[in-house]
Design a protein around this ligand. Structure first.
Ligand SMILES: *Cc1c(COP(=O)(O)O)cnc(C)c1O
Length: 495
């Protein structure tokens, strides 16, 4: 069946998957959503026998129906190859009674690689299918991990340019070094004075700028997005939940059909939304456990039905979750509003106007699949320490938030279902915070000295992604105010 994509903000927009990938965001400011959630057409037993690439094909073919089998397989093969340091692509590690789904074995050691290693291939294929002649300009706001993963994916890709904005003081030292050492004539990395929400809002404003779009068109450019608002990022993220379930089944850890809880350290709500889609496709998932850090706007939302961003923005040691406007929540709101674009638009207008909205009692009742909670800085650090001490397993600061929240959940509910915890970054990406958590973060040592100590302590080899930035020269030094983002874009494109 042909899958079409609608906007969350107006009725009557209906486009093919490849067009939705090319556009990123709908021109009415809405996000593209599939017009229905397809059911898995392979049995769980069949899926359990598949490797990552096969599983990805079985999932993605149901959403990207205007891609041929050959196109889709070629995108998948180009993405999930030797760039990953394991054939399994997304291995599961058991520790302390839970299964950690390690999503950080790609080239930039964060889970963003799972989708951003395939997005450039999907986009180029989509451009070809739609006879797009203009150069594609990827415009991205990052809280640290998307930026590098998108740069790695798009650097040197013919017919594309990529511009990344990150909060100058809101990312880890290693995250920043990864981005500012990026090679490639078609890349630009800019630090902004402001936080992630400022960067994300700035990017959305540029996308919505009709005059700029016209000028771009005249000069042979068009924008697209590598943020998780792009459906081409969301769909590849569904695959690893299906793969994780298959792995548990293949290894005899669960029986076919047994419900498994999924725990996700959440920021922009893309990763957990992918798990929700997987559940709706028929994958036996029990609770979707949404873990926040001290920016606990989602916890409050699940508890009260009120989304309120009017609060202090906290800089934490899990910076990729330091977000007060979780963009992808809009896709869930649209769905629980019965796919009513008018109702969703009214709520999103309230969010951009007053910074808050309240869902109806019916909508709140439809959130029963979710459980929300949060972990403080101290709780997350204690969780890193506990897993290291008791199980010899070192997790990063984001995964620690999820793991700590999962413990709160089991204590509160006594739910004994097995759980998959999305492990979203390598501890090496947040070395200083991780070493601090285990009591070995010496202030006088630089980040790379701590990297070597972490290697000794964890027994995990220093990833290539970290080795290569040790001595790499800084190539991007540009900084700007959030208000100047548009000028920076124009200058880079020679407008
Ligand atoms: C992006 C990111 C998150 C948050 O994922 P969302 O899809 O934005 O909710 C969590 N952890 C890490 C390490 C990330 O890079």
């Amino acid at each position: 069946m042909e899958m079409l994509y609608n906007s969350t903000r107006s009725k009557g927009i209906s486009i093919k998957a490849s067009q939705a990938i090319l556009r990123g965001l709908s021109e009415d400011g809405g996000l593209f959503v599939p017009d229905h959630i397809p059911e898995l057409d392979r049995s769980l037993e069949e899926l359990a026998q598949m490797d990552y690439r096969q599983t990805a094909f079985e999932v993605m073919k149901l959403f990207l129906t205007d891609f041929t089998e050959e196109e889709l397989r070629s995108c998948i093969d180009s993405a999930y190859d030797g760039k990953f340091d394991t054939d399994k692509i997304a291995p599961l590690k058991e520790a302390g009674g839970a299964y950690y789904l390690e999503l950080f074995h790609g080239p930039t050691i964060a889970f963003k690689d799972m989708a951003l290693s395939i997005l450039p291939h999907l986009m180029i294929t989509a451009a070809r299918k739609n006879h797009v002649k203009n150069e594609i300009v990827i415009l991205t706001a990052t809280s640290g991990d998307t930026g590098k993963a998108a740069l790695a994916g798009f650097a040197g890709v013919e017919g594309t340019r990529i511009i990344v904005f990150y909060p100058k003081d809101g990312v880890s030292a290693i995250q920043e070094k990864q981005m500012v050492t990026q090679k490639g004539e078609n890349t630009l990395v800019v630090g902004i004075q402001g936080n992630f929400d400022d960067a994300q809002s700035g990017v959305k404003r540029i996308f919505a700028d009709k005059e700029l779009a016209k000028e771009m068109e005249e000069k042979g450019f068009r924008f697209s997005s590598a943020n998780s608002i792009n459906i081409g990022r969301l769909v590849p993220q569904i695959c690893y939940y299906v793969y994780a379930y298959g792995t548990l089944l293949r290894e005899g850890k669960i029986a076919a059909g047994e419900a498994v809880n999924v725990v996700v350290p959440t920021g922009n709500f893309g990763n957990i939304l992918a798990a929700y889609y997987a559940k709706n496709m028929g994958l036996p998932i029990g609770k979707l456990i949404c873990a926040s850090n001290e920016n606990k706007v989602l916890y409050d939302f699940f508890r009260t039905g009120a989304y309120d961003r009017n609060r202090e923005f906290v800089l934490t040691s899990s910076p990729s979750m330091d977000i007060l406007i979780s963009s992808n929540l809009e896709r869930l709101i649209f769905r629980i509003a019965g796919n009513d674009a008018d109702q969703n638009r009214a709520l999103m207008e309230a969010l951009s106007g007053q910074g808050k909205y309240q869902v109806t009692a019916d909508m709140q009742a439809a959130l029963g699949d979710f459980y929300g909670n949060y972990a403080t800085e101290q709780e997350a650090a204690a969780e890193i320490c506990r897993l290291y001490r008791d199980y010899d397993y070192v997790i990063d600061t984001h995964t620690a938030v999820a793991s700590a929240v999962y413990r709160k959940y089991t204590q509160e509910t006594q739910d004994t279902a097995k759980a998959v915890i999305a492990s979203t970054a390598s501890p090496y990406k947040f070395t200083r915070s991780v070493m601090n958590a285990v009591g070995k973060g010496d202030k006088d040592k630089d980040d790379f000295a701590l990297v070597d100590e972490l290697a000794g302590l964890s027994g995990v080899k220093v990833p290539q992604a970290v080795e290569e930035i040790r001595t790499a020269p800084v190539l991007h030094k540009k900084q700007c105010e959030a208000a100047q983002m548009k000028d920076v874009v124009r200058e880079f494109l020679g407008l």
